[in-house]
Design a protein around this ligand. Structure first.
Ligand code: SF4
Length: 562
């Protein structure tokens, strides 16, 4: 048997030249993209959050790089990031070997980035725009729900609060009335029919208290008054505060009052349990996240307008095209997009259904009735005129008023089609929203053009694929920071990490490291006497200087790139 040769693994072996982390970081690794991108953006907003003076602080740029790189590696816990900084050579290279502890990292994430994160994200996307990765003319929009860090069982429901509040007020009102009768209350006021608020009860109780001070009052009544003051009024105040916290929502969590209970796609128990969370909306282009926003309401329809507004605010421009699924197709949204001259490739509820044969050929659907626009009437399958009755105003949850026209058949009694036509009593009534129908007609034509097919087919591989990447591959299913702002920072970090990963995958490192390549090319001309001409490096950028030195001085890798 031939002699077994084993490679040397002497742990005590010293190196002739001290090793550098630079050599250990692959040139095309995403960590280099993060480094280059963050070096190119202006961080004055974060710097302005530092007071100055005192002990030295960690460089905010390095802290930001560390967080983005950790989120890119699906590490969202600051304790784990701290561990990585001690053990992982990529983190050491990226951070320049600084070792902030988990508290410092968390403080930076939750407090320092609070007011400046949006600006950082905007700058990164603008950089992508400059480099030609995104045009910012198109937005593929979609939303997802992500669970808050709050406990699942800390819910406060609007309906239950309102019901309990009402019951308590009624009970207190009756008791107060009885007390007033028993003490021969001086002020003979007629009781208001308006619902009473906690202040009204307090005022009434104060008056009773003044009255009983003048006379001797039975102990039982005094006890009742005390109970109302300390229990009922206090409870009413709690209900009032709870309703104020909801801010128009139907629920909130006690441990994260800004989170709303909503249905999540991930339902491990398969019982449809609502969980506290946030509704995240994103806009993507070429799978880069160009905009994101966190909402407290679960319905997507109501988020589109503020989301488009946030895009305008972020980039001082509006995109020309918006693509979204049928969850966003409402009259208010169409109107808004048309006013802003955004081309809406946004489906509506029955877009697919109405193109099916059995829908098109169903003569009993009001959408298939003949409409005489000039004389404003419909014709039912029996040939009867359905005359216009009136217009009705409808107010949506978002506060938008739409107009619905009502049409009624003249005589359905005795019609042999009645059993298959409608089941209501009397003559058939149909409700038509003409404005919405016009928008739908326009959008239908748009979606059926060649460009419409292109955008429709691209939508599932744009925001939906990005959510898959973030939630499934990125293991990002729950926030770690509380509140709307915390959710915004955390999702923003994940979105930035996603963009960096995409950039690295699309060869972005070449574009961002072009300064380095140009430098190497430049230096190649001076190959022969390189070490003697280091002062001829010309416009080499600081960030690449160290990199350059290693290649040239220690390895002589000058021709590596050329
Ligand atoms: S039931 Fe009334 S609306 Fe329906 S087809 Fe007959 S007449 Fe027309």
């Amino acid at each position: 048997m031939a002699k077994l040769a084993i490679k040397s693994d002497n742990q005590q072996q010293l190196m002739l030249l001290p090793p550098s982390y630079e050599e250990l970081v692959p040139l095309t690794h995403p960590v280099r993209v993060i480094n280059s991108v963050i070096n190119r953006i202006d961080l004055k907003e974060i710097f302005s959050s530092y007071k100055g003076g005192g002990n030295s602080c960690f460089n905010p740029a390095s802290m930001l790089k560390i967080l983005i790189f950790a989120y890119l590696n699906n590490i969202h816990s600051c304790r784990k990031i701290e561990q990585q900084l001690k053990e992982n050579v990529l983190y050491m290279w990226l951070s320049g070997c600084i070792r902030p502890d988990f508290r410092t990292l968390n403080y930076f994430r939750s407090k320092r980035l609070k007011d400046s994160f949006s600006d950082i994200f905007t700058q990164v996307v603008e950089l992508l725009h400059e480099e030609g990765f995104v045009s910012l003319d198109v937005q593929y929009i979609d939303g997802t729900k992500i669970e808050s860090m709050a406990n699942k069982y800390t819910f406060v429901w609007r309906k239950s609060v309102e019901k309990n509040d009402e019951k308590l007020k009624e009970k207190t009102r009756i008791v107060l009335k009885q007390i007033e009768a028993q003490i021969n209350f001086d002020e003979n006021e007629t009781e208001s029919t308006e619902p009473l608020c906690v202040e009204d009860f307090q005022e009434r109780l104060d008056k009773i208290n003044k009255q009983i001070e003048k006379k001797s009052t039975p102990k039982k009544i005094r006890k009742q008054i005390e109970k109302i003051q300390h229990e009922n009024i206090a409870k009413m105040q709690t209900y009032k505060d709870q309703l104020a916290k909801m801010e128009g929502r139907n629920s909130y969590s006690k441990t994260d009052p800004e989170a709303t209970f909503m249905r999540m796609k991930e339902d491990a128990m398969l019982n449809g349990q609502l969980k506290p969370g946030y509704n995240i909306q994103i806009a993507t282009e070429n799978q880069f996240i160009t905009n994101f926003a966190v909402f407290q309401r679960p319905t997507d329809t109501m988020t589109l307008i503020p989301f488009l507004d946030s895009f305008k605010k972020r980039y001082n421009r509006q995109s020309k095209i918006a693509i979204a699924d049928s969850g966003y197709g409402s009259e208010q949204n169409y109107e808004y997009m048309m006013d802003l001259e955004i081309i809406p490739y946004v489906k509506y509820n029955y877009f697919h259904k109405e193109q099916k044969r059995n829908h098109k050929n169903n003569p009993f659907l009001s959408a298939n009735f003949y409409y005489n626009e000039k004389e404003n009437y419909y014709i039912c399958p029996m040939g009867q005129h359905m005359n216009f009755v009136r217009n009705e105003k409808r107010l949506s949850d978002a506060g938008f008023t739409s107009t619905v026209s009502i049409y009624k058949a003249q005589r359905c009694e005795g019609c042999f089609l009645r059993s298959i036509c409608h089941k209501a009593k009397g003559n058939r009534v149909i409700e038509i929203n003409h404005k919405l129908n016009k928008y739908r007609e326009y959008v239908r034509d748009l979606l059926n053009t060649q460009e419409g097919y292109y955008h429709r087919s691209k939508r599932p591989v744009e925001p939906e694929a990005v959510f898959g990447q973030i939630k499934q591959n990125g293991m990002f299913r729950r926030f770690r920071l509380k509140g709307l702002k915390g959710a915004e920072i955390e999702f923003g970090l994940k979105a930035l990490a996603h963009n960096m990963l995409k950039l690295a995958a699309k060869g972005g490192f070449l574009s961002f490291l072009k300064a380095f390549c140009v430098t190497v090319l430049f230096l190649n001309r001076y190959n022969s006497s390189l070490l003697g001409h280091l002062d001829k490096r010309g416009t080499i950028e600081d960030e690449n200087e160290q990199l350059f030195d290693i290649y040239v001085k220690k390895r002589g890798y000058l021709t590596f790139y050329c």
